[in-house]
Design a protein around this ligand. Structure first.
Ligand code: ZN
Length: 438
């Protein structure tokens, strides 16, 4: 496997920062993880893509663990299904529409409820085929007012899931499972969040809840969150929902009695009980086994991957550097470690190479380029959780300095790989202790 050498890496770090957005949005640009393509559009660089992949793999594992099946639906769609559902031309004026060469109306899909009905209708015919949970991780397009870097954009990556059940109790159970899966994902990646009742808005349906992350600065975005600060309590309300003015900083949490705090909030995920909103409008039924037909009960669930990336950065780090939380799952940082040789002599360079090989080369950045000062500054800016320094300590004592969030320790060269292992992102479902929580 080709390792990550700084001399080979395309990392377009820059001193220029965008004029608006939160500090974290600016740091993502400065560190070279993302690059702006005009209002509301962002490219992701190799280092940024690594963070995105780690988060994507975590949410994919969570969906697979509850029986989700991954699909891919077209992002470009004809108008007919949207007319059936009644959402064509609506979507709060955020739908991108166009005409193809034959004059047919099309859109760039802002969500995929219609697409899922299209995929399943006529192929899923019997109650025995249900329940069914399908999901994808693809682009969504909405002509939103662009704000705050990756948080509010015109094209964004979402993990979106859709459930089909034969009846309401079935939907309630599936909804509970997906909601719990999202909790496990957000707990694992180290996000602080509240779960708030929300309006169904353009999705329609009976009930919905949002996962909202408290941040000190939403970068000009307006959600106001009052949430419980007690460990493990997820109570919160936002100003988008009735009753939010009944709670304020310093009040007692109605669920656990803990302290409430007010802050800006960023919605990172949203779960909807759609009920028969789409099956009724689009005629999606299954046979019930006793000769009759029944409209299916649907749910839809979305977690914004790019938005999660930036929100993690907003909750951690400081004014000068990115930082990524380290949990029992690991870390979403672009690399688990940076290896920084101090000096150009072959003794130091050979040991740096050896550590690079030992530690999992594709996830460890070897600084074989830039000045020594620039190496430290850049790995700090990127928020790489471990810095392995090969220099004077090695020349004098044959050990290296490993700097992490807990301080600096001297380690034998062969002990470094195990030490930095905990900063890698775990594969699959991570469980705290031996007992599964669900
Ligand atoms: Zn509470």
């Amino acid at each position: 496997m080709v390792g990550v050498r700084r001399s080979d890496l395309f990392l377009p770090a820059t001193r220029e920062t965008p004029g608006s957005g939160s500090n974290a949005a600016k740091l993502l640009v400065r560190a070279g993880l993302i690059r702006n393509f005009g209002s509301g559009l962002w490219a992701v660089t190799p280092a940024g893509q690594r963070v995105r992949e780690k988060l994507t793999e975590r949410v994919v594992a969570a969906m697979d663990a509850i029986g989700g099946q991954r699909v891919r639906l077209p992002g470009l769609q004809y108008a007919d299904r949207w007319r059936e559902s009644g959402r064509w031309g609506g979507f709060e004026d955020e739908m991108f529409t166009l005409e193809n060469r034959d004059g047919q109306a099309m859109c760039l899909a802002p969500s995929h409820e219609e697409g899922v009905v299209h995929l399943l209708d006529g192929r899923v015919r019997s109650h025995a085929d249900l329940p069914l949970l399908v999901y994808q991780v693809e682009s969504k397009f909405r002509d939103d007012h662009a704000r705050n870097g990756l948080v509010r954009t015109k094209e964004f990556t979402m993990q979106d899931a859709y459930s089909v059940d034969v009846d309401e109790p079935g939907l309630r159970e599936t909804y509970r499972e997906v909601r719990a899966a999202y909790e496990r994902v957000l707990d694992d990646v180290g996000l602080e969040y509240a779960i708030v009742e929300a309006d169904a808005g353009v999705m329609g349906g009976a009930a919905s809840e949002e996962f909202v992350a408290p941040v000190s600065d939403a970068g000009g975005d307006s959600d106001r969150l009052v949430h419980c600060t007690a460990d493990g309590c997820r109570f919160g309300v936002t100003d988008e929902h009735d009753g939010s003015d009944a709670h304020a900083t310093g009040d007692a949490c109605p669920e656990c009695g803990g302290d409430l705090a007010a802050s800006d909030g960023i919605e990172v995920a949203h779960v909807f009980k759609l009920g028969t909103r789409y099956s009724e409008a689009m005629g999606f039924t299954v046979d019930t086994g006793d000769g009759s037909e029944r409209r299916v009960e649907m749910g839809s669930y979305g977690l914004g991957v790019d938005r999660l990336l930036q929100t993690l950065a907003q909750q951690h780090g400081d004014s000068d550097s990115l930082a990524w939380p380290v949990t029992g799952w690991g870390s979403a940082a672009p690399y688990r470690a940076a290896v920084i040789p101090v000096g150009e002599d072959s003794e130091v360079l050979n040991v740096a190479e050896r550590i690079h090989n030992d530690c999992g080369r594709d996830d460890v950045l070897l600084y074989d380029d830039l000045s020594v000062g620039e190496r430290f500054a850049e790995s700090d800016l990127l928020g790489i959780p471990a810095t392995v320094v090969v220099g004077n300590t090695y020349r004098e004592n044959g050990v290296v300095d490993v700097e992490t969030e807990t301080g600096t320790e001297e380690l034998a060269v062969e002990a470094v790989a195990e030490c930095v292992e905990r900063f890698a992102a775990s594969e699959g479902e991570h469980r705290v202790g031996s007992g599964a929580t669900d």
